[in-house]
Design a protein around this ligand. Sequence first.
Ligand code: NAD
Length: 506
Amino acid sequence: MFEDVLTRLGIASRNSGVHSSHWLPASGGTWIDSWNPSNGRVLGEVLTASREDYDGCVLSAIDAQRAWARVPAPRRGEYLRCFGNLLRNAKQDLGMLVTLETGKILSEGTGEVQEMIDMCDFATGLSRQLYGLTIASERAEHRMFEQWHPLGVVGVITAFNFPVAVWAWNAALALVCGNAVLWKPSPLTPLTAIAVQRLIQQVLAPDGFSGVSTLCVDADSEVGKWMAMDGRLPLISATGSCRMGRSVAATVAARFGRSLLELGGNNAAIVTPSADLDRTVRAVLFAAVGTAGQRCTTLRRLFVHHSRLDEVINRLAHAYDSVPLGLPWEPETLLGPLIHQGPVGEMKRALEHALREGGTLVRGGNPVPLEGSFVQPALVKVPAPIPIMRQETFAPLLYVCPYEDLTQAITWQNDVHQGLSSAIFTDRISEAEQFLAHNGSDCGIANVNIGTSGAEIGGAFGGEKETGGGREAGSDAWKTYMRRQTCTINWGQYLPLAQGVKFDLA
Ligand code: NAD
């Protein structure tokens, strides 16, 4: 069954991971394996990029971008509309490949592809709305306005946990804005990247635009490092850990490039005395356990008013007992494996820390006797915030902590290095507004009666502090992929200077 999916997507047992204007044969890269985290078996082998391959990709992207930028934006939007239609046809297969490579459940795998389709639709509409402002000039017979130009070749570095949606957030906007895109996917998910690259080439290649979307797979992070240093790439969009972002940001800044960072989260929710607990528990369960805790927006800290603590913990414990764990492509499964054994060990170590620091294990944390990297989701009760809660452990580990008053809960929520997503559960408007006020949540995303994860593409996605400050997907995120030019035209006879400055020869 899986072989058919891979074949329909053009994936072989051995694949080249380098595509510039065509798929490149071996030229010095190494072979890496793509693993299925549900059973530890190899899905396929991929040839990574050598430095020579990488340079070939950059040159082909530079060349292609010059022609692409001359295509009227609504025509570029049309290419994205066609790509979206190909994704509609491939949704089940590509969603299954996401599930096979990441271990996320099938509805989330296909959900990721739906997010790509949504981005294509959004970009198609945007292709007729890339407009600037006309500004009132202080000088007579002058016209001042802003216009937006493409940047050139945009480098996109993606994480394993959203192997296709995050590329689409970036690529759909970058392409419609007239840029070329060079993609470096996570070495843990190279096959989904190859499948996507094959699909987009079906719309680009027939018109000679292959180089507009290029791909360079690496074995670790070597291509990512070349990209960060490469002055030919004016923008690097990088999604991943704060550690990675710190390195990329410094390198790109040193060459005065632009970076768009989507880094780690340490997200919290607050449950107030008036919260509807049916809604709250459902939302918390999806946010904390969904995607096996491997979303940047996963709920990691839950602050519950002390008057509701026991009830919330009991209900959550019951829900945790009922979560069906198993193979992620089975329809009844809600919890698949972690990406590999590394995060399994990290979760175990974080749990040990939590118990040493005064936490009590309410549920989970035991080994799971299955072949893949499965873990039992864990619920830990803490009397007050403990040091380990300040760390993002990329696994389903939720700390539950009582609070006395809302100001204290908001302060605790904000007291971490990251600032991605946050939520409050309340039926009181004053509590919701306090949470949303300027001195409330300090995160890029603040939700009321919704969990921390599962954003729609229409809004700008991203977070503050060590989450990196980037914004992707909807709203006006497209402006990051363009350069703004302020233009002033003097259509009169005279040369008045701004601010009344006089500079006339006697
Ligand atoms: P990671 O940082 O290990 O890797 C992410 C990508 O960066 C990979 O492609 C990797 O090869 C590359 N990379 C690593 N070090 C690099 C360097 N020094 N220079 C250039 N490239 C480098 O992250 P991961 O384990 O793949 O993903 C999980 C992390 O990503 C979590 O922290 C999660 O919160 C974060 N994430 C954030 C968002 C967001 O939108 N904020 C979305 C998804 C994931």
